[in-house]
Design a protein around this ligand. Structure first.
Ligand SMILES: *Cc1c(COP(=O)(O)O)cnc(C)c1O
Ligand SMILES: [Zn+2]
Length: 404
């Protein structure tokens, strides 16, 4: 029996696994469903420090198709300094900014490209807000596959330099992410390209589940009380929920129903927060996103509706923060914990702070705040609030006057 099948998230129709992502009956998205083998906590001990340690829970049939650049098993840091500032006794930062291409996108991209290899596809690509470009291009390079990146033209220079260096065919679209996404979808389908976050999406999201697996294992198989997740398309938040649920299904966790999911978005592109606050089930797209958190600038989030469902299911909240709050949070995290994140991580920390202030998080709750991208990718934005050092003459007495 095959290890996996595909199942429609809406009408539950099942399909055997294939290069396919939408239900023929109702056009709902297809999710990967598993026949899990018997698993114990010991199954994962003494394995690789990458997310492939959870091979049995990932949708690759044959290990020889795995394309790994060593992503995953990133640190879960007990953030006592930041916790003290915020009044939290059990705060953890999942520092996913230290993945090989410096964002969490190495998880979904790596799984999607491994699956593209298993399907025998001859090219891959992505629609990107910045980080996925590099994650896809790096894994494609490792797999020896050509990679086509479709991205809005306004993303950070560091992210463009990185993706180009891995050899991507980089197409800068004069428009929004949604424009780039629409073009990538059409070209991907017409040319048979495995576009990781579009026609490979069912497998892509499976990679992000490992953000749940690792946190559970790093907490010695406990479920945190509160999880703060930055949201663009919403795929990651949804996948983290699926990950915890699957660990309960294989009896490694219980009490998953008690966790609280908190969605964090930037002001200027917060369509899910808007819907949540209006208690609406429909997400109204933002036409022209305007935020320094460019990796979250998705005006029409593909999984927006499902994020709203997850927030209901897990007694959660959605909150936004503005550019100044994002920049302040980046510096707060850097100065207390020595972790330098890009604006998306600032969004998580700023929203965490608001949740504490609003009394939505108790001081003794165990809290996991996901920090998903690296500050080195967005220095232009961050320098806005920092003083550029003045160049000084190489003179000991002059310089010694400013060292106090
Ligand atoms: C893409 C991205 C997100 C959002 O992920 P979605 O699955 O689109 O919600 C969060 N943080 C960073 C750094 C990203 O690159
Ligand atoms: Zn269906």
């Amino acid at each position: 029996m095959a290890r996996t099948s595909l199942q429609c998230r809406e009408c539950k129709k099942e399909y055997s696994t294939a290069f396919k992502y939408i239900c023929d009956e109702c056009f709902g998205p297809l999710d990967v469903k598993y026949n899990f083998p018997a698993i114990t906590k010991n199954t994962f001990t003494n394995r690789d420090h990458t997310y492939w340690r959870y091979f049995e829970l990932l949708p690759i049939e044959d290990k020889s198709n795995i394309v790994s650049i060593g992503a995953g098993m990133t640190p879960l840091i007990k953030a006592d300094n930041l916790g003290k500032k915020l009044g939290l006794n059990n705060l953890y930062i999942k520092n996913d900014s230290v993945n090989p291409t410096f964002s969490f996108k190495d998880r979904p991209a790596g799984v999607a490209i491994s699956k593209a290899k298993e399907f025998g596809l001859s090219a891959v690509g992505c629609a990107s807000t910045g980080n996925l470009a590099s994650a896809t291009a790096a894994h494609a390079a490792k797999a020896g596959l050509p990679c086509h990146v479709f991205a809005p033209s306004n993303i950070e220079m560091a992210k463009i330099a990185q993706a180009l260096s891995y050899g991507a065919n980089y197409i800068a679209v004069d428009g929004t992410y949604d424009d780039a996404n629409r073009i990538a979808a059409q070209i991907g389908d017409s040319k048979g390209i495995g576009v990781v976050n579009i026609n490979m999406r069912s497998h892509y999201v499976e990679g992000s589940k490992t953000l749940a697996y690792e946190v559970a294992e790093q907490l010695d198989w406990q479920v945190p009380d509160q999880l703060i997740v930055p949201v663009g398309s919403g795929a990651m938040l949804n996948a983290i929920c699926k990950g915890f649920e699957e660990l309960q299904q294989v009896s490694l966790l219980n009490n998953v129903a008690n966790m609280h999911m908190i969605a964090a978005q930037p002001h200027g592109c917060a369509p899910i927060v808007d819907a949540f606050k209006k208690n609406s089930k429909e997400v109204i797209p933002v036409e022209n996103p305007d935020t320094i958190a460019k990796s979250l600038a998705i005006g029409d989030p593909g999984d927006g509706r499902y994020v709203l469902k997850r927030l209901k299911q897990y007694n959660g909240f959605a909150e936004e923060c503005n550019n100044q709050e994002i920049l302040d949070a980046i510096l707060l995290l850097a100065k207390t914990e020595g972790i330098f994140t890009e604006p998306a991580g600032g969004v998580s920390v700023a929203v965490l702070q608001k949740m504490v202030e609003q009394g939505k998080i108790d001081k003794n709750d165990s809290v996991v705040c996901y920090v998903t991208g690296n500050g080195l990718k967005a220095t232009e934005a961050i320098m806005q609030v920092l003083q550029k050092p003045k160049i000084m003459k190489a003179d000991v007495s002059l310089i010694s006057a400013v060292v106090n």
